[in-house]
Design a protein around this ligand. Structure first.
Ligand code: AOF
Ligand code: ZN
Length: 370
């Protein structure tokens, strides 16, 4: 017998079908922003007769693809959807109406849509049409998959994830700045998978000068995020790998008055440059919100990481820890000065989990909400 948690909603079969929805939804990982990742499955007489997922913003919703695939078999069927069906005219017509027209008899929903345009309205519309609706099957997993979308809707900013790799003695590079490689290849492929799930990756000028990174996800078959460089001075190398936009786009965010010559050079290479009135982590996140982003990965050094944390631009931490020691009292550390003087000020992570990735350890957790 399998253990069933007391707060489980629906049957084990419902859970299985919802997990299938999430699996389908993940096929569009990194491609749906500002929209969520959504999967749907139509079940008739205990068998799957149609499946679908939302491929990208502007395209039909998951339910539409699943209903199309099911055709006439949707009549009297149960449809599983990882997110509440919408009830508004957006880029596409309301799915609630589509489900009613298709004649489904039951809708099983993973989570209520936090989007104020929907927010329970889809469920209410279905119930008003006398369709049975069950809400909350595999809810935690559904919320986890769309944590970026939820954060975007609720806070009007993308979810900020700070990722770093450090040695067992807490260093992200040697005193001379050398950092390739701290982690093992398994951890690096995990990072590529993570990048594929994010809309942008941010670094500061120092990282470009020191590491000359690619910031792509070529070790993982996925969508490359927008590579964002924050630099006030534009005192950057002319031949950085990030200026090669053949593989992935790059955006340089700078401040008014930075070198027009360097900006021209970047434009010439196809790198987009935008001058913000103030180049701070919060202004950058506000700009990326306007671009429609849900999740942003901070892969910067300690100084920028500290200011991103201080400004509330980071919600989640992913720390890879490699069992290596390099020592050095001046070797850089993952988070610079936060102005704290006592242990009581420490930011204590919540919902922490640890796992082994190859020979390294990955610690994941969330900063306490301000
Ligand atoms: C999706 N895919 O499968 C579902 C969504 O502009 P629209 O018409 O695409 O509407 C986007 C909103 O629809 C989105 O923010 C979310 O609240 C809701 N449901 N969206 O992109 C889907 N079911
Ligand atoms: Zn919809």
């Amino acid at each position: 017998p399998t253990a069933v948690s007391s707060n489980m909603v629906g049957t084990e079969f419902d859970s299985l079908m919802m997990q299938r929805c999430l699996q389908l939804a993940r096929r569009a990982l990194g491609r749906t922003s500002p929209n969520p990742l959504v999967g749907a499955v139509v079940v008739q007489d205990g068998e799957i007769v149609g499946e679908g997922f939302h491929p990208c913003a502007g395209e039909p919703h998951a339910e539409v693809f699943a209903l199309r695939a099911a055709g006439e078999k949707a009549r009297g069927a149960t449809i599983y959807v990882s997110l509440e069906p919408c009830n508004h005219y957006g880029r596409t017509p309301p799915c609630s109406e589509g489900l009613i027209a298709a004649g489904v008899s039951k809708v099983v929903v993973g989570m209520v849509d936090p989007n104020p345009l929907v927010a329970g309205g889809g469920i209410a519309r279905l119930r008003a049409a006398e369709i049975e609706v069950l809400v909350g099957v595999e809810e935690a997993a559904c919320r986890q998959l769309n944590e970026g979308f939820i954060h975007r809707i609720v806070h009007k900013r993308p979810l900020g994830i700070l990722k770093y790799a450090m040695t067992l003695d807490g260093k992200i590079a040697t005193s001379s700045g050398h950092s390739a490689w701290i982690t093992n290849p398994d951890a690096r492929s995990e990072v590529h998978q993570l990048r594929a799930a994010c809309d942008a990756v941010i670094v500061g000028g120092n990282t470009v000068r020191q590491d000359n990174p690619f910031l792509t996800c070529h070790q993982w078959d996925g969508n490359n995020p927008l590579r964002v460089v924050m630099s006030r001075s534009l005192n950057l190398p002319e031949d950085a790998r990030l200026w090669d936009v053949a593989e992935a786009p790059t955006l340089v965010l700078t401040q008014e008055g930075s070198s027009p010559d360097f900006q021209k050079m970047l434009h010439g290479k196809g790198v987009k440059v935008i001058e913000l009135p103030l180049l701070t982590p919060d202004h950058v996140m506000a700009h990326l919100y306007e671009l429609g982003f849900c999740s942003v990965l901070w892969e910067c050094g300690g100084t920028l990481a500290a200011s991103a944390i201080a400004q509330g631009a980071v919600q989640k931490i992913l720390a890879f820890i490699a069992p290596k020691i390099i020592g050095g009292s001046h070797a850089p550390t993952p988070v610079g000065d936060l102005g704290f003087t006592t242990m009581t000020e420490a930011l204590r992570l919540e919902n922490v989990c640890w796992r082994v990735v190859g020979s390294d350890c990955l610690v994941e957790g969330y900063l306490p909400q301000k």
